[in-house]
Ligand binder design. Sequence first.
Ligand SMILES: Cc1cc2nc3c(=O)[nH]c(=O)nc-3n(C[C@H](O)[C@H](O)[C@H](O)COP(=O)(O)OP(=O)(O)OC[C@H]3O[C@@H](n4cnc5c(N)ncnc54)[C@H](O)[C@@H]3O)c2cc1C
Length: 385
Amino acid sequence: MPTADPHQDLRRGVRDLCRAFPDSYWRDLDRERRYPETFVRALTDAGYLAALIPEEYGGAGLGVTEASIILEEINRSGGNAAACHAQMYTMGTLLRHGSDAQKQTFLPQIATGALRLQAFGVTEPTTGSDTTQLKTFATRHGDRFIVRGQKVWTSRAEHSDLLLLVVRTTPLEQVRKRTEGLSILLVDLRRSVGRGLTIRPIRTMMNHATTELFFDDLEVPAGALVGEEGQGFRYLLDGLNAERILIAAECIGDARWFVERATRYANDRVVFNRPIGQNQGVQFPIARAYANLEAADLMRFRAAELFDRAEPCGAQANMAKLLAADASWEAANVAVQTHGGFGFAEDYDVERKFRETRLYQVAPVSTNLILAFIAEHVLGLPRSF
Ligand SMILES: Cc1cc2nc3c(=O)[nH]c(=O)nc-3n(C[C@H](O)[C@H](O)[C@H](O)COP(=O)(O)OP(=O)(O)OC[C@H]3O[C@@H](n4cnc5c(N)ncnc54)[C@H](O)[C@@H]3O)c2cc1C
C-alpha cells in the first residue's frame, strides 16, 4: 500500500529496481570495465532518468530533490549512479537555455530513452579547473561551426547519443572578461564519430567509462548552439549547483552503504570470543561516520530545497558536495578498517565502492576549489586565484 510520504514511495521504487542488480552484477562489470547497459536501460524504462524532464515533454516533471533521491538510492543499494547521472545535471542547460525547437526535438526522445544525453565535455588536458582557459574552439562558417581541440575525462561519450560541449567561440584576447566568449553546443555524437571526432577510452581505478575526445575540424550545425553565443559560462554556472547537489546525494548513498556494511560486519565478526563491534575502538568510528553522513545529508536537502524553489543555493550546494564527499570517504575508510583483511577482497565489494567514492574528492569539482569558493564568496576572504 502506498505510504503518505512521496519520497518513501520513490525510494522504495528505486530500491526494488536495484534489487535486480545485486553486488555480483556491479562486481563483474567492474572487473571487466564494462558499462552497466542493462541497468541504465531498466532505469530509463522505469522513467527515473526522465525525472527532471517536464511532463509536457514526456518526463516526470520532478525536482532536484527527487532526482537526488533516485541517485542516492542507486548508490545505497551498492550500485554506481555515475553510469547515468549526467543526464540529470546536463538536462537543466537544455531546459533553461535551449530553443523550443531543440526541446521539442530532443526532450521527448531523451524521456523515452530513444536518445541518451549522458556526456558533458568541459575539462581539457591543459586547462584543468580553470575553465575559462579552455582552448577547444568553434569557428562559425555560415550555418555551421567547425570545432577543433581536445577534451579529457568526457565520461560516457561511448554510451551517449548527445554531448553537451563547452567551447570557446571568441578568442580570450578579444573578450573583456575571461568568462565571456564561451558557448555550448549540443553535439550529435552519432553523426560526429569518425567525421572529425575521435573518442579514446581512458582506463581508470574504477569502472567509469571515461574518455578523451579529439576534435579535428568537426562540423556541427549552427542549430546545435544552446542559447546565445558567448554566454556559455553563465549557462555552465547555472547547471553546476544541480550537479553539486546530485553528486552530494550519491556520496550520501555511498556513505549509508559503507555504514550499513560496516555495522553488519562488526555485529557478525567474532574475534577474541566477542563481536568486534563490541569494542569501542571499532564502534566509535562507525558511529562518527554515521553522525557526519547525517549532518551532510541535512545540507544536501537544504540545498535541494532552495534549488527547487529557484532561490540562490550556490553556498549550500557547494557545502553539500564538500561535506557529503568527506562523509562518504570517511565511511569508506571506516568500512575497510572494520572489515580488516576482507575489506580488500573483491568479493566483499567494500574495496570497489571505496575506489568509486574516492573520485568525489576530485570530480566534478575538487575539494580545494569548493573551499576557495566558500572562502571568497561566502566569507569575503581575498580571491586566491
Ligand atoms: C573519472 C573522472 C570522470 C570525469 N568526468 C568528467 C566529465 O564527464 N566531464 C568533464 O568535463 N570533466 C570530467 N572530469 C574532470 C574533473 O571534473 C576534473 O578532474 C576536476 O575538475 C579537476 O580538474 P583537473 O583534473 O584538471 O585538476 P587540476 O585543476 O589540474 O587540479 C589538480 C589538483 O590541484 C588542486 N588545485 C588546482 N588549482 C588550485 C588552487 N588554485 N588552489 C588550491 N588547489 C588547487 C586541485 O584541487 C586538484 O587537487 C572527470 C574526472 C575524472 C577523474
